[in-house]
Design a protein around this ligand. Structure first.
Ligand code: AP5
Length: 207
């Protein structure tokens, strides 16, 4: 968990490799649905472009389906889900029905001015959605597929402001919900280098 630009995707990807886990980013799943032109994608588009959350029942359905398709011993990282209390409750029900549990909730803490600066500088591939690393993409093309690098539509300044407000209204309360639950809530300083932050996460997960 963490606000927009906190590094959920960046850190989630590294942790996915380290733990040999499956990572589900609801943002990536919805963007992929948009690229594929599915019904889900067109439904999600208006919400995403406005910086609003896609309705809970839709997102819970998408995650529930993805989890149901996995083998019971798979390790899973959920990136950007749950983002509302109804989503946290929905996830708890899905896991309970499957006899599974959350090991930990990792929350990346980053000051707002740094979030805004990271998001304004982010570039992604228009073809495959890959995030351009901060030191890469100098020629404006994707290292993975050669597609053009562009700014994400929801990284425009006015939409970033709305996403941050939605985070405070809808998602920050989920952290309190987990703090009152038996699940370990790990607050991680999300500033510094990508490698340093990854080390902090791994240390806390194994502590
Ligand atoms: P989503 O894609 O999840 O967006 P988000 O939560 O706003 O998060 P971001 O992807 O912007 O940031 P991140 O924390 O992953 O950071 P990243 O690693 O990319 O969701 C998009 C939309 O989909 C939502 O607004 C909503 O509409 C919908 N949606 C998704 N999930 C939903 C849900 N559960 N319910 C309802 N709707 C949902 O890093 C950001 C930038 O910073 C990058 O450029 C990166 O290179 C850079 N960076 C990362 N780490 C560092 C560092 N340590 N130092 C400097 N730069 C860094």
């Amino acid at each position: 968990m963490g606000p927009p630009g906190a590094g959920k995707g960046t850190q989630g990807e590294l942790l996915e490799q380290h733990l040999d886990a499956v990572r589900y980013s609801t943002g990536d799943m919805l963007r992929e649905a948009r690229r594929a032109g599915t019904e889900l994608g067109s439904l999600a588009q208006t919400y995403m472009d406005a910086g609003e959350l896609v309705p809970d029942e839709v997102v819970i359905g998408v995650v529930g389906e993805a989890l149901a398709a996995l083998s019971p011993d798979a390790s899973v990282i959920l990136d950007g889900f749950p983002r509302t209390i109804p989503q946290a409750e929905g996830l708890a029900l899905i896991l309970e029905a499957a006899g599974q549990r959350l090991d930990a909730v990792v929350n990346l803490v980053v000051p707002e001015e740094e979030l805004v600066s990271r998001l304004s500088g982010r570039r992604v591939c228009s073809e495959c959605g890959t995030l351009a690393s901060s030191d890469g993409g100098a020629d404006g093309t994707c290292a993975a597929c050669g597609g053009d690098l562009i700014q994400r539509r929801d990284d425009r300044p006015e939409t970033v402001r709305r996403r941050l407000a939605v985070y405070l209204e809808e998602t920050a309360p989920v952290l309190e919900w987990y703090a009152d639950s038996p699940v370990d809530l790990l607050e991680i300083d999300g500033t510094g280098s990508v490698v340093e932050i990854q080390e902090r996460i791994r240390e806390r997960l194994t502590a």
